[in-house]
Design a protein around this ligand. Sequence first.
Ligand code: BJW
Ligand code: ZN
Length: 249
Amino acid sequence: MDDYVDIIVNSENICVLTGAGISAESGIPTFRGVGGMWAKYRPEDLATPEAFAANPRLVWEWYQARREAVSRAVPNAGHMALAGWEKLARSFVLVTQNVDGLHLAAGSRHVLELHGNIRRNRCTACGRESTMDEITFDGRPPVCGCGGMLRPGVVWFGEALPEAVLNEAFAAARECDLFLTVGTSAVVYPAAALPRLALDRGVPVIEVNTEETPFSAGATCSLRGPAGEILPQLVAAYASAPHRSRQTS
Ligand code: BJW
Ligand code: ZN
């Protein structure tokens, strides 16, 4: 890591892409890899519009169980470190694939939720949005005031990501001078295109992950370990750089 501290501390416009791995230390299971949810469930059985149309009850049960885990979870040292980093950098955009809302709970402000938020619902008929606290789940898929069936407010395979949010994420990847990927297997598009876009511009891309990923070999630097341990070290180095201490004192 020491070889890359200079690159990190001299960066001012930072873009970070996070995935399920950053919330693993808050007790939320990842999708793939060791202990991942999809060792038990096939994504096409649960996270597609087709799966929902075929068996809305099964999909709702899965999401309600995950919502319970999310509502018990609190941000960990990795989330907190990113929230602190945002306060130190000139520009800091936090793009997340996570639907658990833990970056906002940690105090991060410039958060782009690419895949929606599990705490929200959307009516499949009128599009009205509601929160998870506004519904009761008695085993049957809940229904909107208009009579339409509600669905979780997340993005499933084959669905478009929210356009304005995605555009802002691409702009951040095009404008940053440092890009970090944290706790993502980097296999789901279009999110996985963001670090590749930064690399193609010659911008350093630092990966933080407990395991090797398909992106590791191409990354400028791959830091192997838990985000909750590595991110606080990066932020401490960033905060204590001599030129930055002068600016903030
Ligand atoms: C730690 C750690 C610790 C553990 N510290 N690290 C072929 C090529 C290109 C694209 C496609 C293709 N075929 C199909 C597509 C498109 C498809 C796609 O990318 N598929 C690939 C799988 C091939 N993409 C889509 O369909 C997207 N939409 C789209 O393309 O629309 C086009 C369109 C345009 C216009 C009109 C209509 C359509 C949508 C993708 C939606 C993804 N949705 C999900 C579910 C969200 C809801 C929910 O939560 O239920 O999003 S899938 C799931 O994967 C979830 C995640 O956000 C996403 C990414 O996973 P993530 O975050 O990387 O987690 P993991 O588990 O994979 O990795 C965790 C990592 O953490 C691991 O590496 C661990 O090692 C590490 N780790 N502990 C640090 N403590
Ligand atoms: Zn409705």
